[in-house]
Design a protein around this ligand. Sequence first.
Ligand SMILES: [Zn+2]
Length: 62
Amino acid sequence: MSGKRPDEAVRLSGGRAAGHCWVQRPSGPGHCAMHPGRSGDHVDHYNGRASVTAISGHRWPR
Ligand SMILES: [Zn+2]
């Protein structure tokens, strides 16, 4: 076994291919969903939202 899970690799490359910064969140699961060139904090729009109508979820400094 290579030790690298193919599904994770596909998921990572998929996020970047979709135009996301996709930096791994340091304190838990999730990835930055902002544009790669954006300045400011990384934001995960898909995890940690307070409700389905919340604009963004987890946020962490770059
Ligand atoms: Zn980011």
